[in-house]
Design a protein around this ligand. Sequence first.
Ligand code: ZN
Length: 485
Amino acid sequence: MANTQQLNNLAEDVREEGLNQGSSMKDLVFDPITGDFRQVPRGTHHGEGDVVTEMTNKGFAADTVTPIVYLREGELQKADEKLNQKKTVPAFVEEVDEEGVFHICLEPQASKIHRYLEIPGFYTRDSSMMSNANMSTSRFCVLITEDCPEVWCRPLSPLKGKDWRKAEVFLIPSEENLFSRSKGILEVGILKNKRIMIVGLGSFGSQIAIELAKAGVGSFALMDFDRVELHNLSRHTATVHDLGRLKTNVIEEAILGKNPYAQVDKFPMNINEDLPLLYDEVEKADLVICATDNNTSRFNLSKALVEKQKIGIFGRAITRAEGGDVFRYRPGGPCYCCLVGAGNLQEEEISDVASARRDGRIAAYVSPEDAEAMVQVGLSSDIEPICNMMVKLSLVELSRGTESGITSLEEELIYDYYMWANRRERHYANWKPMPNAGGMPTILRWYGAKIEKEEHCPICSQAIRLEGDTDEKVAGLDDIEIDLQ
Ligand SMILES: [Zn+2]
């Protein structure tokens, strides 16, 4: 049986002779008669009992591939400061799917990113610590030097040798530089200090949270008491591995996956049952995304926004997501209640039976079979344009007053209310097919509308009445004058 040294010598020979050029990966099959390895293309069928190993451009795969390590730039300074007091600081090493790629952090990330394995390691400035007996179980050493940090690692099994070898190091930029690619379009430094509250982490809230994290928003308050269920998967960012998990946890993980420096506060609760907390959180936020699927929470939020004078972006889909709308509340302007009246719009999309029953949108006496038939969900691709508009409106509001690449959008997005149609069905049945619409509304286009403040609005006029009956006219889509842009 060949040992590692033999394999490496062979790999070296092959490399020197140029045999391995043009194809980075080969298999080596051990020939017990000649005692040599034959080089064969990767994936070629081998006989049973053959000793096969892979060879890469760098040598014999299993033992000489250089491990790849990702370090967080911002954490290196922190580790260095801690090393003023002691010789070593624990490092938390996580291997991604046993692929030879490791992420090293100061704090354990496993609770946040649950598909990682933890491996012991440490930060130090003193290279002699690598041979210190106290460190014998450590597999990784981040050596902080004057110049670039070095990372050394050694195999877990002593059978594979105990020697430290140097890994290839990549730095994850610090918070200031993480979103440098957006510079010139977004004022990243400003977004980093903004706090967004997202109420409802369904198909809307989940996408919007992740988009805002990608844009560089630094702080989030997430509110939703739901868990991921099978029927969510076709439209939600959650995956099958997230089934049964709280949506707040799933989305926190997704946000931190985009921006590990983000601050995420989770509230797995029904906002309608703890209004004081809702008001507190609205007060702390710079902008509130209302992505719930029921009017009770929309009205409660609307009231909190008016009272705390905060910007809110509301979005929703109507039945089967044949269309949808987005409403922006700005302090002093018309509120959500001015838009829809104190009654309910009946055409709301019902995306799951349990929550619709809780909110009274499906009455208790409706049989399970009939209730199931009332669930009418649209496609993820029908939801996506509406989420996108909510994100753009949010970014415009958060960047208002700064010079950025999206300043010009402020001139386009001047309305409080926007409508979108995905298909020429029901509500939009009279709309013309796109090619022969002339100047008339067509699907797949945004239409902005001016909304007037209702003189007797129960929320934003003066006396605040919630969920009470009023004689107010319920404004439907037909009542809204479309302003063709
Ligand atoms: Zn109002």
